[in-house]
Design a protein around this ligand. Structure first.
Ligand code: PLP
Ligand code: TYF
Length: 401
């Protein structure tokens, strides 16, 4: 029956973990997938999460189905976390929101909703480069995918002029995907002043801002600071779409906890929009999973757990920042590796876009048992004080050839 089905390529990011697992060398390092690791290289379950699970066990919750749009307290708290408690549409009860299968599911619901109901063009502009899954995801949702310039290889920074030019040339009414913070894979974000300018460009050109916020808290260590772009756009009167993931900031990767929301003009409009979100969700998976949403909601609604969580997010962000500083110092001062490495320190979030070439990445995998994506992206959280020197020496050897 399936003789004509061709074998497809593996996911370029998740495929790396397979290669890593198969490697038996004790020095091996996995810098592929963006998943936090602690100082000992181990997956990290947050204390706030463990305590929330204890609270939940004591409360003897049942396992009934959730409503189609998920746990209502969770989605309200998620919206408050993203938009801020003083958000105008939030306080007017004008934000349509549904729980989602983490950030990916939120993106997919959003893509499907826009393909069906957005009155402008069914065209979405994605930054170059972007998270690999964005492209097939939006195509499969029924949108036409185009790109805008984002990363400048020469400056290893933001190509802000190219970005603005591409958006100014986009057809009025197109959708623009924006990484809300900690751009994946580059680790390069617009400054607050540049976000303000971007908000004006999108307003002028009547472009629709679609935010992907997979790393709130992870970029700067502060959930408020990382929400700046979303909150600024909303304060300027934009209606926005927003995808939230709790995979990274609560370490709930496999629990698949997320939310998709749309700001609307009134409570009445919100109700209509939400009814259509239900119509998209229902034939896909009926209703979302319960456990992870309960964990996130327990943390978001308990002041003590919330505080502990915020300090743990900051702890993760700070450890990543200290690894950036150490790596930059090792390459620049200790090893005097040819090239400049300051960008490792200035980039933010989970990743560093090192500038290593495909051949060098291949050499690192083949000779040093160090795994990363072939675009030179490394997950900073995979580094720790036990392996960072070996990593820096291996990079130095790969660069010198
Ligand atoms: N968007 C971006 C930019 C990401 O890096 C990721 C991956 O973590 C996601 C969305 C979705 O991740 P998840 O579905 O695990 O929440
Ligand atoms: O970019 C990353 O590494 C993270 C994790 O299909 C991820 O966003 C990668 C690939 C994928 C799902 C999540």
């Amino acid at each position: 029956t399936w003789s004509a089905v061709p074998a497809g390529p593996p996911d370029p990011i998740l495929g790396i973990t397979e290669a890593f697992k198969a490697d038996k060398d004790p020095r091996k390092i996995n810098l592929g997938v963006g998943a936090y690791r602690d100082e000992n290289g181990k997956p990290y379950v947050l204390n706030a999460v463990k305590k929330a699970e204890v609270k939940m066990a004591i409360a003897k919750l049942d396992k009934e189905y959730l409503p189609i749009t998920g746990l209502a307290n969770f989605t309200q708290n998620a919206a408050k976390l993203a938009y801020g408690s003083d958000s105008v549409p939030l306080n007017q009860n004008a934000i349509a929101v549904t729980q989602s299968i983490s950030g990916t599911g939120a993106l997919r619901i959003g893509g499907a909703f826009l393909a069906r109901h957005y009155p402008g063009h069914r065209i979405i502009y994605l930054p170059t480069p972007t998270w690999g899954n964005h492209i097939p995801l939006f195509k499969d949702s029924g949108l036409e995918v185009r790109s805008y310039r984002y990363f400048d290889k020469k400056t290893v920074g933001l190509d802000f002029e190219g970005l603005k030019e591409d958006l100014k040339n986009a057809p009025e009414g197109a959708v623009v995907l924006l990484h809300a913070c900690a751009h994946n894979p580059t680790g390069v974000d617009p400054t607050p002043a540049q976000w303000k300018e971007l908000s004006d460009v999108l307003a002028e050109k009547k472009l629709f801002p679609f935010f992907d916020m997979a790393y709130q808290g992870f970029a700067s260590g502060s959930t408020t600071r990382d929400a700046f772009a979303v909150r600024h756009f909303v304060s300027q009167g934009h209606n926005v779409a927003l995808c939230q993931s709790f995979a990274k900031n609560m370490g709930l990767y496999g629990e698949r906890v997320g939310a998709f929301s749309l700001t609307t003009s009134s409570e009445e409009e919100k109700k209509r929009v939400e009814s259509q979100l239900k119509i998209i969700v229902r034939p896909m998976y009926s209703n979302p999973p319960l456990h992870g949403a309960h964990i996130a909601n327990t943390i978001l609604s308990d002041p003590e757990l919330y505080q502990e969580w915020e300090s743990e997010v900051k702890g993760m962000a700070d450890r990543i920042i200290s690894m950036r500083e150490r790596l930059c110092e090792l390459l620049t001062n200790d090893l005097q590796t040819p090239g400049s490495w300051g960008h490792i320190k200035s980039q933010i979030g989970m990743f560093s876009f090192t500038g290593l070439q495909t051949e060098q990445c291949k050499a690192l995998a083949g000779k040093a048992h160090i795994y990363m994506t072939m675009d030179g992206r490394i997950s900073m959280a995979g580094l720790n004080s036990s392996n960072i020197e070996y990593f820096a020496q291996s990079v130095d050897a790969a660069v010198r050839g």
